[in-house]
Design a protein around this ligand. Structure first.
Ligand SMILES: Cc1cc2nc3c(=O)[nH]c(=O)nc-3n(C[C@H](O)[C@H](O)[C@H](O)COP(=O)(O)OP(=O)(O)OC[C@H]3O[C@@H](n4cnc5c(N)ncnc54)[C@H](O)[C@@H]3O)c2cc1C
Ligand code: FES
Length: 263
């Protein structure tokens, strides 16, 4: 059951141009939150902007959560003006978390740009609950957009960096780096990022027989399964069950369920 809480901002920093980390004191939400779930933030009190903005949990602590976000438009620009000591209304935790499956020897997280956001919490959960240290592919357009390298280093994760312009790591797409790592049927991959990047990652996993979990993004209104504003098409025979809600049925889906032809 999601909570609706006024949460105090305890820390808020710009990490690189346009990219921020926001830490919120929210004991009830933090207690229930799991990696892969998200919350809906009322970026400013009142009716503007009318809709809350969905953000996943970067890390989950005892009585707080951190959120890693990129300025996209007006809502995230308003969010970036919040100062420590101010409060923000938060609804969460929402959605289905990443399942933690013990039957895989190798766990590889594949992040494109701000798609890195759910992976620090996931890496911590995999290490704590499964006793395995995951690998991570951190891919972005350019080096200033590569985030969280230090956090994954501290967790002992093997890190593979890639940029579109070759300014750091390999000059390659995330999916190409994944293929070169030769994952096999003992591997589970997790991906989050722009839809075309997740589509390419899904195709590599499909080719190599790798189970892949994708954390999807969609524009959202209610965030709670009611408005159907966030549906995506699944590969399901029964027409009535074909549209799945990213907020309620996801945001984490087996990538084999999604109809990637639409992206
Ligand atoms: C489950 C979920 C978790 C998310 N977690 C994070 C996160 O941890 N960090 C983060 O930076 N962002 C995250 N997002 C995306 C974030 O919600 C949007 O970037 C944000 O709502 C944009 O609001 P805005 O008012 O700044 O931009 P708007 O003015 O609303 O839009 C600016 C541009 O961004 C596009 N856009 C808006 N919302 C989304 C969306 N949900 N997905 C893709 N494109 C969008 C619009 O089409 C437009 O082109 C998440 C989205 C979902 C659905
Ligand atoms: S945002 Fe309303 S159903 Fe998903």
């Amino acid at each position: 059951m999601p909570y609706l809480s006024e949460c105090e901002v305890t820390s808020h920093h710009e990490l690189s141009p346009g990219h921020y980390r926001l830490v919120l004191h929210c004991p009830e939400i933090a207690q229930d939150a799991q990696a892969g779930q998200f919350c809906m933030l009322e970026v400013q009190q009142g009716y503007y902007p009318f809709l809350r903005r969905p953000m996943c949990f970067e890390r989950i602590f005892k009585d707080s959560v951190s959120i890693l976000y990129k300025i996209e438009g007006e809502g995230t620009r308003l969010l970036s003006a919040l100062s420590p000591g101010q409060s923000i209304n938060v609804q969460g935790p929402l959605g289905k978390p990443f399942p933690l499956e013990a039957n895989h020897a190798r766990h590889i997280m594949v992040a494109g740009g701000i798609g890195i956001a759910p992976f620090p919490a996931l890496a911590e959960a995999i290490i704590a609950k499964l006793g395995v240290t995951p690998e991570i592919i951190i891919a972005a357009r350019t080096d200033s957009m590569l985030l969280c390298e230090r956090e994954f280093q501290q967790m002992g994760c093997k890190i593979h960096l890639a940029t579109d312009d070759g300014s750091a790591g390999q000059k390659a797409f995330a999916s190409e780096v994944l293929r070169a790592l030769a994952p096999g049927p003992d591997t589970i991959a997790y991906c989050c990022g722009p839809m075309p990047m997740m589509k390419a990652t899904h195709r590599v996993c499909e080719d190599l027989g790798v189970r892949c979990l994708a954390s999807l993004e969609a524009e959202m209104a209610c965030g709670d399964g009611v408005c159907l504003g966030c549906v995506v098409e699944a590969k399901v025979e029964i027409e009535a069950e074909r549209m799945v809600r990213v907020c309620y049925d996801g945001p984490v889906f087996d990538s084999a369920l999604i109809n990637w032809d639409n992206y």
